[in-house]
Write a protein that binds this ligand. Structure first.
Ligand code: SAH
Length: 262
């Protein structure tokens, strides 16, 4: 990833939101430019929108205005995205795939969206950030940019990304910091052990458990061989030692069994 270009009616929303934290740091490595669609607007009032030709409510961004802007912004390396609730859902895998493109051009629309002919002629793919409708594509673009930047080498330490939720098909394990006791709650025993192997194995069970509880859909796609070959024996050992984990593990084994049977 070398460059991100955003086209929207509120470019300031993009620049402002990208001035914090990790993403701000990323701007030193990747060039991010936010453009105002109105600069390509028509006439004295720089008109960018018009009524939909079909009966019913709704304004659309004008096809030729968006096309003229894109002609100026696209280069040979550009991968052009339109943020849309009709798009492919954004996932960790999708963010990783996009982080490997050289230049992302992101169109954030407003009103009812874009004229279909601009989508057909200029957009490589449409991406949705979830099954709900926002009033504009700026926030959606920001979500996309943030998730893509996290996947871009040189921005986060690789080991910081490795265990994160979705990265290996599971949600992340719980985190704790000092003090060891907070409001009568101690950190879990396994973290006090200092035994890295035990910590890794227990974290893995925690991941399986939370995923099973909240996102069983992810578990359906999780390769069971990973559980069986690398972790079967250690898990059995841990199960004997710890009642809570035993309960969690039994729940998980049930899911595995059901999957095998079904
Ligand atoms: N009429 C459209 C929604 C328009 S919402 C429809 O029903 O599909 C206005 C703009 O906000 C969209 O064009 C898109 O750019 C952005 N937007 C809204 N919800 C979004 C989502 N879930 N993901 C990505 N972009 C979204």
């Amino acid at each position: 990833m070398e460059k991100i270009t955003v086209l929207s009616l509120f470019p300031q929303m993009i620049t402002d939101a990208l001035s914090y934290g990790i993403v701000k740091r990323a701007k030193g490595i990747i060039s991010i430019n936010s453009h105002n669609l109105r600069d390509w607007g028509e006439g004295t009032y720089q008109k960018v929108d018009d009524l939909s030709v079909a009966p019913g409510p709704g304004m659309l961004l004008k096809a030729n205005v968006v096309a003229n802007a894109l002609k100026d912004l696209i280069d040979d390396e550009a991968h052009v995205i339109h943020m849309s609730p009709r798009g492919t859902p954004l996932t960790s895998q999708k963010a990783l795939e996009l982080s490997q493109k050289k230049h992302l051009v992101i169109v954030a629309s407003r009103y009812e969206g874009l004229d279909q002919r601009v989508i057909d002629n200029y957009i490589d793919e449409e991406i949705s950030i979830g099954d709900y409708v926002l009033s504009g594509g700026e926030l959606a673009s920001l979500v996309l940019i943030d998730s893509v930047l996290r996947m871009t080498g040189d921005i986060l330490r690789p080991d910081a990304v490795e265990d994160e939720s979705f990265q290996k098909g599971l949600l992340e394990y719980p985190h704790y910091t000092k003090p060891l006791e907070f409001e009568n709650k101690m950190i879990p025993e396994y973290l006090k052990s200092g035994n890295h192997k035990l910590i890794n194995e227990t974290r893995f069970i925690e991941q399986l458990y939370i995923t099973w509880l909240r996102r069983p859909d992810l578990l359906r796609d999780y390769p069971l061989c990973k559980v069986e070959t690398t972790h079967k024996n250690p898990l059995t050992k841990i199960k004997k030692q710890n009642d809570l984990l035993k309960k969690r593990l039994l729940a998980f084994e049930k899911v595995i069994q059901e999957k095998r049977d079904g």
